[in-house]
Design a protein around this ligand. Structure first.
Ligand code: HEC
Length: 187
């Protein structure tokens, strides 16, 4: 009896601590979808709260992953690094790598073909799992990423440019692929 209990405990523990190399792409997809959903909601809520309080000049600090301890704790608990990237970036720190550019283009192509893209899961050479998913621009994002002089007011853009003089992340419309989540599940 005791042997049986111990045996089941060992099976249970080894299953929960399975190394990442043994995880299936489907498991990575599910984890990634959860992490990006939680992080995206947190970002979006905080940006909107800040907008209500102090307009764009207040909210400009909050569309930044680094502003959230939650992202850190999620990342640590899941042994994953969480990044947002974009071809037309606002912060040069978010520039895409060569591989990320290719993934971004693949998502763009799928969108042009009218396909709804789900995340792409890729096994890297070093055994890490990469999870990439498009970030779609929503109506409420346009105040800071929209069409200059239309959805993005010139005054607000001046504020943004004070912090990000090299910004490329404007002239987006609702439904466009604004950027991409990239999670790296470390081996
Ligand atoms: C109040 C202005 C504001 C709003 C509203 C806003 N953003 Fe941003 N966004 C920014 C700023 C500022 C950055 C640069 C953050 C940084 O320094 O990493 C940024 C960065 C990003 C990035 C990272 C890539 C890059 O270009 O550097 C993505 C992706 C993004 N925003 C998507 C969105 C989406 C989607 C929404 C709507 C849900 C949104 N943003 C709403 C101001 C805003």
């Amino acid at each position: 009896m005791i042997n049986k209990v111990i045996f089941s405990l060992i099976v249970f523990i080894s299953l929960s601590f399975r190394s990442l190399t043994e995880q299936t792409p489907e498991e990575i997809r599910q984890k990634g979808d959860k992490i990006t959903a939680i992080t995206g909601q947190t970002l979006s809520k905080s940006v909107m709260n800040a907008m209500t309080k102090g307009g764009v000049s207040e909210a400009v600090k909050f569309c930044n992953l680094a502003a959230y301890p939650l992202t850190d704790s999620l990342a640590k608990a899941n042994h994953v690094s969480i990044k947002r990237t974009a071809i037309r970036w606002r912060n040069s720190k978010n520039k895409p790598s060569k591989q990320e550019k290719q993934l971004f283009s693949a998502f763009e192509l799928e969108k042009q073909q009218g396909k709804i893209s789900e995340a792409k899961i890729i096994k890297q050479k070093n055994g890490d799992w990469l999870y990439a998913k498009p970030i779609i621009l929503q109506a409420q994002c346009q105040v800071c990423h929209g069409k200059l002089g239309e959805t993005l007011l010139a005054d607000n853009y001046k504020t943004i440019q004070k912090y990000y003089p090299k910004d490329k992340a404007i002239d987006f419309s609702t439904g466009d692929i604004r950027g991409m989540w990239v999670l790296t599940f470390k081996n």
